[in-house]
Design a protein around this ligand. Structure first.
Ligand code: AP5
Ligand code: MG
Length: 219
């Protein structure tokens, strides 16, 4: 099954993608994570992307499409993938349609995680992740079971993203409304858009996505 999780910064795309990865044989493809790895490695793409990410703007479409094109062909994606953070513009969505057509793959659903702008700054400013395995947490909404120890791998070092500050979040939110929101009518028109209430608690959102996926299986 091939899915897109669509929603503003802090909507919970990464949180739910990690859960889907664990509960189903799907691979999370987070373009944000790929870009952050490129920045950390000091590659050409990383050098180009660093200042754009820190400003909260979007990396050019051609760079992103090439990144995804290489990734969805990898053997681990054979049983399905979850796109998290891609596509983010109509041009990226059109390129994805073409890529999937050429590779004989299908998009089963686009799950919109609807969240009001008001809660996003709090969600993002409380976020941290395990420096070793990348598991995501939140100081208030999803703390580790034992303070300072990752639930998943037991590591004790955590990190925060440099773009997770209030000013950058506002720019990221503006980019979402201007450039990414037009994907909602785009996918609605193709009959694949499903919406869940991203304001609900994390476990509730997981359950809503489960219901959406169960309905797809019987379609
Ligand atoms: P990216 O990494 O994709 O960031 P984003 O879209 O801004 O989304 P986030 O990762 O901030 O939020 P999320 O929805 O994953 O939320 P999370 O689950 O962590 O992109 C970063 C940058 O890279 C972009 O700004 C851009 O520059 C560039 N980029 C990436 N892809 C690109 C593309 N395709 N084209 C161009 N540029 C691109 O949850 C947030 C927090 O809230 C967590 O702490 C979590 O524990 C908590 N939480 C989650 N769900 C809930 C809930 N239901 N209730 C309470 N708390 C919750
Ligand atoms: Mg994310």
């Amino acid at each position: 099954m091939n899915l897109i999780l669509l929603g503003p910064p802090g909507a919970g795309k990464g949180t739910q993608a990690q859960r889907l990865e664990e509960s189903r044989r799907l691979v999370q493809l987070s373009t944000g994570d790929m870009l952050r790895a490129a920045v950390a490695s000091g590659s050409e793409i990383g050098r180009l992307a660093k200042s754009i990410i820190e400003a909260g703007k979007l990396v050019p479409d051609d760079v992103m499409v090439e990144m995804i094109e290489q990734r969805i062909d990898a053997p681990d994606c054979a049983d399905g993938f979850i796109l998290d953070g891609f596509p983010r513009t109509v041009a990226q969505a059109e390129a994805l349609d073409e890529l999937l057509r050429l590779k004989g793959k299908r998009l089963h659903a686009v799950v919109e995680m609807a969240v009001d702008d008001g809660v996003l700054v709090e969600r993002i400013s409380g976020r941290f992740s395990c420096a070793a395995c990348g598991a995501g947490y939140h100081r208030r909404f999803r703390p580790t079971a034992v303070e300072g120890v990752c639930d998943r791998c037991g590591a004790t070092e955590f990190r925060q993203r440099p773009d997770d500050n209030e000013e950058t979040v506002r720019t990221r939110l503006a980019a979402y409304h201007a450039q990414t929101e037009p994907l909602l009518p785009y996918y609605r028109g193709r009959g694949v858009l499903r919406t869940v209430d991203g304001m609900a608690a994390i476990d509730d959102v997981t359950a809503q996505i489960g219901t959406v996926l169960a309905a797809l299986a019987t379609d």
